[in-house]
Design a protein around this ligand. Structure first.
Ligand code: BDR
Ligand code: CA
Length: 302
């Protein structure tokens, strides 16, 4: 029997967040302990609604959602309606019947990470605000995580918000800096890794699935292409982070230390190497055929 992975997903859904969450739901080896939300792609209220709506659409309203940070540690979130659509998902899902749990994200994360149930894997798919607040307020909790996988940063590759910065780190560079300088064993999946797993319009629109989760995933992915005829390819950023949490061997990695630019200016949110080897495990070469094999298996794509 494969060992169950207990997973917590910190997220700002987001089309690619939604696809990553659906991957986790489709993976029999994963037990999702909960989702924690953060503003980023969309404002917090919308991110929380999207998380709840997605779970409902997937008939998984049993999974708790805890609401997190509506603002970064400094400034405001950038939001990305041009990419994810005004509501954050490429199509509108029915309003959720359930609300989030009473506890906020930081308390939820603390309880789940330090609870009796043992070691949980934390996958962070949005700005790192919730994780940074947890580190500041209850530093012991993240040390209990079995693994922390972060999607963010652009190391030695162009950014996607500014020439230097990736969206999640740009949204809350102070939080990214706190988390990356924590010396915690973090696996980082940056834009250079994500750009190795893309799907073309033609390939994406040709896919079919016989499973409910697969069809929901395709609604998101194909809906994203349908929104704009000029869209030629989709990068699987958050889904790659999820795949690496599930199967680290689909990519090689190197150990480094990083600085995150926190001063206003050209380098805000930028990631630069400070030398190595360090504590951060940076994803390097991705075996994209293994990623797509996993993706196809989870959603029974044909
Ligand atoms: C990251 O930014 C967001 O728009 C995506 O959801 C992903 O987490 C990619 O830079
Ligand atoms: Ca995201």
């Amino acid at each position: 029997m494969t060992q169950q992975i207990q997973l917590i997903i910190d997220t700002d859904p987001g089309v690619d967040d939604a696809i990553a969450i659906l991957m986790a739901m489709a993976a029999s080896e994963i037990e999702i302990l909960g989702l924690t939300t953060v503003g980023g792609n969309v404002p917090l209220a919308r991110a929380t609604r999207n998380a709840l709506s997605l779970l409902q659409a997937a008939s998984r309203s049993d999974i708790p959602v805890a609401k997190g940070a509506s603002r970064p540690l400094r400034g405001k979130f950038a939001y990305a309606p041009h990419f994810h659509g005004p509501g954050g998902l490429s199509q509108r899902l029915p309003d959720p019947a359930n609300g989030p749990v009473e506890d906020g994200a930081v308390k939820f994360l603390y309880d789940q990470l330090t609870g009796e149930r043992g070691e949980a894997v934390l996958v962070a798919l949005g700005p790192l605000t919730n994780l940074a607040v947890l580190l500041r307020e209850r530093p012991i909790a993240l040390e209990q995580a079995k693994q922390i996988v972060v999607m963010g940063g652009a190391v030695n590759t162009p950014g996607n918000v500014t020439p230097e910065a990736e969206f999640n780190f740009y949204c809350d560079p102070v939080a990214a800096d706190i988390v990356l300088s924590s010396r915690l064993p973090i696996t980082m999946v940056d834009l250079a890794a994500c750009r190795q797993v893309k799907i073309s319009r033609e390939q994406a629109l040709g896919l079919k699935s016989a499973t409910p989760l697969g069809r929901l995933m395709l609604d998101m992915l194909q809906g994203w292409f349908h929104r704009e005829a000029s869209r030629e390819e989709f990068e699987f950023c958050d889904p790659l982070a999820m795949a690496i949490a599930l199967h680290p061997a689909i990519a090689t990695a190197t150990k480094i230390d990083l600085d995150v630019g926190i001063e206003k200016g050209e380098l805000l949110g930028a990631t630069s190497e400070t030398g190595g080897p360090g504590e951060i495990t940076l994803t390097q070469d991705v075996d994209s055929s293994r990623f797509f094999a996993l993706f196809g298996r989870l959603f029974e794509l044909r």
